[in-house]
Design a protein around this ligand. Structure first.
Ligand code: SIN
Length: 491
């Protein structure tokens, strides 16, 4: 059964497709025998099943990670560097297959799927290089009788919970840092896109990562109890999550019971600002990349597009013309520029944001609908979106470009910051003074100044306000380490 299911994915290496969880170095089913059905969002057809695991398997995975921790955490950083680089090389070698897996389970186009594999693998490369640079410190003491030294130590077992919008990269951004630091991990991938996670575990085996270091628990129905166990189990020392602000707050509360270290990358509502002095063609290219990447399903997508009065009409016309050339369809089809959303519910949410804005006076320039009962929604542009439109306070997470006109810099800064979240923000201007002023004033963790794409393994990714806690990528290995002070006396 599993091998015929696997061959239906059409991979060159079908053994990358796994239909079981992975605990203590073994591929395992749920103790209950129950399974979850996974669908292709483009066709709504079933692509395979994975185990519906629960509390018992989560505890087993945590225990396995704890058992593997002493040996893994005391390997040399160079050893971990070498294994992570092997994993990086394997991910690159299997880019076509891993990209196809992403397209089949997430819906994004094959070009985007392969692009995600490159992005995902880059975290393994980056953190391999970070593994050997977890320097401590020697701190001069006011007391001549002692010497102060600070060392960094791996924090322990890490719980990793990831979203479906980047089935591979959101895992490696956390797992790469955790493994490099010397931590072991229990991963709960989303039920919509588990296969990329399981393929990473398979490549981890091939790279030589020992049993128990990576564990994967798959669940859908039991997600609350699995999440609670990961957050409340004393053995787990750190939780890293990417997903909605609502769930991030719940996990933060649960993690408080054991005072766990947390990294939470939660929702955004990114402003994208175009000033009169911008290079309009560059601003259009930035808006298209930023807004419609993954069909608008990224936490850093432009959600509110503010355009200054002098260039508003030109920007709206050019953006609409470009969007008209988009073609939605199955991501495996080479002519498709934009795939479906993750499921029909996601398409319904975009529809509700369009209808809400239009009912309050916004104008529909293009798109605005999707075939009923499918996951597809047309790339859409709205103009004259009023301040009270729902999308100004709530992330749309779909292919909806919502334009609002403004007149002054002060006005747009106020509009941009008028939200409880602050993940990413973007603006286009050729005035160097304005570039500094606006970059400093936007209340976000990440700013794109004259660019719509900011994501890279080397930079600190994360938000302020209710967009989360901690930073991933960049020096994010620190989030997986304890800082220990040793004061040497008796000299
Ligand atoms: C996200 O949507 O959460 C991640 C986006 C990115 O890494 O670029």
């Amino acid at each position: 059964m599993a091998s015929s299911q696997a061959s239906s994915f059409g991979l060159k290496d079908p053994s990358l497709v796994k239909f079981q969880g992975y605990i203590d170095g073994k591929w395992v089913d749920a103790q209950s025998g129950e399974t979850i059905t996974v669908n292709n969002p483009a066709t709504l057809e079933t692509i395979g099943t994975i185990p519906e695991m629960g509390l018992a398997e989560t505890k087993q995975a945590i225990d396995a990670a704890a058992k593997a921790f002493p040996a893994w955490s005391t390997t040399s950083p160079k050893h971990r560097h070498d294994l992570l680089l092997k994993l990086y090389a394997l991910m690159q070698e299997h880019t076509d297959d891993l990209g196809r897996l992403i397209t089949i389970e997430n819906g994004k186009t094959l070009a985007e799927g392969k692009g995600e594999v490159a992005y995902s693998a880059s975290f393994m490369e980056w953190f391999a290089e970070e593994a050997v640079r977890t320097y401590g410190e020697q701190i001069p003491s006011a007391n001549t009788a002692v010497r102060n030294v600070v060392i960094k130590q791996p924090i322990g077992v890490v719980g990793i919970m990831t979203p479906w919008n980047f089935p591979s990269a959101m895992i490696t951004r956390k797992l790469g840092a955790a493994l490099a630091a010397g931590c072991t991990a229990v991963i709960k991938p989303p039920p919509e896109t588990p296969f990329s996670a399981l393929a990473i575990a398979e490549l981890g085996i091939r790279a030589g990562i020992p049993p128990g270091v990576i564990n994967i628990v798959t669940t859908q129905k039991n997600v609350s109890e699995v999440g609670r166990e990961i957050c409340e189990n004393k053995i787990v020392k750190k939780v890293s999550f990417t997903g909605s602000t609502g769930v991030a707050k719940l996990l933060l509360g649960m993690s408080a019971t054991t005072m766990k270290k947390v990294s939470l990358e939660a929702g955004g509502n990114a402003p994208f600002i175009v000033f009169d002095d911008a290079n309009i063609d560059e601003a259009i290219a930035g808006a298209l990349a930023c807004k419609f990447r993954g069909s608008g399903q990224t936490c850093v997508c432009a959600n509110r597009i503010f355009v200054q009065a002098g260039v508003y009409a030109e920007f709206a016309a050019k953006l609409t013309e470009k969007v008209a050339a988009f073609k939605i369809g199955n991501g495996l089809d080479a002519s498709t520029t934009h795939g479906p959303l993750i499921h029909a519910r996601a398409a319904d949410k975009v529809k509700s944001h369009v209808e809400d804005a239009v009912s309050r006076g916004a104008k529909l320039l293009i798109g605005g609908k999707g075939p009923e009962g499918t996951s597809f929604f047309e790339p859409t542009v709205l103009s004259d979106v009023p301040a009270d439109a729902c999308l100004n306070q709530e992330e749309t997470f779909g292919p909806l470009a919502a334009l609002t006109q403004f007149t002054t810099e002060a006005e747009v800064i106020e509009l941009a910051n008028n939200t409880d979240v602050g993940l990413a923000g973007y603006f286009f201007s050729r005035d160097v003074g304005r570039v500094w002023r606006v970059a400093e004033k936007l209340q976000v963790g990440m700013v794109g100044a004259n660019t719509g794409l900011i994501s890279q393994a080397a930079v600190p990714f994360g938000g302020i306000k209710e967009s989360g806690l901690g930073r991933e990528g960049g020096h994010g290995i620190e989030e997986y380490m304890n800082t220990k002070l040793i004061v040497f006396g008796g000299l």
